[in-house]
Design a protein around this ligand. Sequence first.
Ligand code: GLY
Length: 340
Amino acid sequence: MKHINYRFSTATTAFWFDGSFSYLKKIVDQKYSVIITDENVYDAHSKKFNGWNTIVLKAGEDYKVQATADAVIEQLLEFEADRKTTLIGIGGGVITDITGYVASVYMRGINFGFIPASLLALVDASIGGKNGIDVGVYKNMVGVIRQPSFILHDMSLLGSLPQREWENGFAEIIKHACIKDAAMFRQLETNNIPFYQKNKKAISDLVRRNAIIKVKVVQQDEFEKGDRRLLNFGHTLGHALENQYELMHGQAVAIGMAYASVISEEMTGFKDASRVARLLLQYDLPTFAEFDKQRVFSVMKMDKKREKKEMNYILLEKIGKGIVRSIPINKLENIINELQ
Ligand code: GLY
C-alpha cells in the first residue's frame, strides 16, 4: 500500500494510484466516516459498502444542486457527524463535487476524500479542489476551492462503467493531450476505446499520466489566475451547450474543443484542427454540431472566465501547447455567429 503526496498551497492530497476500495479502512476510521455515492455506483458495488455509513443520492447532473447539498447536510446531522467525521465521495464528477462542497461548509469544513468511480472522475473531476453546484443553466456557479485529503484509485470500478462514460472520460484525456502533452496525443492517435478497455496496464498508465498532468497544472496555479485556465479548453462553449442541449459533459466539451481548434487556426496560426476533430471522432465523440448561436452565446457570456468585457478563451498554438487569449465579448459574439 503506497501513496504519493502532492502538495497544494493550503493542503496535501495523498494519491493512492492502483489501489483498492479495501484500502479505505486503513486510510480513514470507519466509525467516523460517511460515504456519499449515487444509486448507480451503489447498485453495482453494494457489497463494498457493508459496514459503512452511506448516503445514496440519485444519479445525474440534475442533482448537482443546492437542494441535494441541503438533503445531505440533513442526513449528516442524523448520523451525528461532527468535526472529526470524514466524508468520502465514491462516484463520478457529480458525487465528488457534492461531497467536496458539503464537506467544505458543514461545520465550516470537515475532512474529505474521494474514490473516483468513472474515467472522467479519475483523470479530472476528483482532482483540483473545485467543488460546486449548478444554478439553473449555469454550471458550477456556486462552490469552493478546497483540496481532498486523499484520492484512492480502484481501477476495477471501471468494470461497471457504461460505454458513454468511457467517451466522457476520453474527452478530458484528449483535452490534456491538446493543451499539454503532444506525445500522449500521438499515443491516443494509435489506439481507441476498445484497446484501453481490454488493456489494464495501458488504461492504468493513461489514468496516472492524466492525473499527474492535472495535479501539476493545479499545483502551479490553484486559484486559476494563469495556467490553470488552460484546463478550460473546450469548456466555455461546451458548458453553454451542455445544459441547453442536454449533452453529456464529454460530448459538449468535444464540440467545444473542435470549434476552439478552428478558432485557433484563425487566431494563432494553429494548423491541426482537422487532426483534433479526427481524434475526437476516433474516441466516438462529436465534433461540429448545429446550435442556436444567440441562445448559446447568452449563456456563454455569463461564464466565470469572463472578466468585465473580455473572455479568457483557451486556444491551441500547436498540439500539446494551449494558450489563454483574452477576447472582447463583442468580438467573441461575432466569432460564434460566424462558426459553420
Ligand atoms: N474538482 C475539479 C477541479 O478542481 O477541477
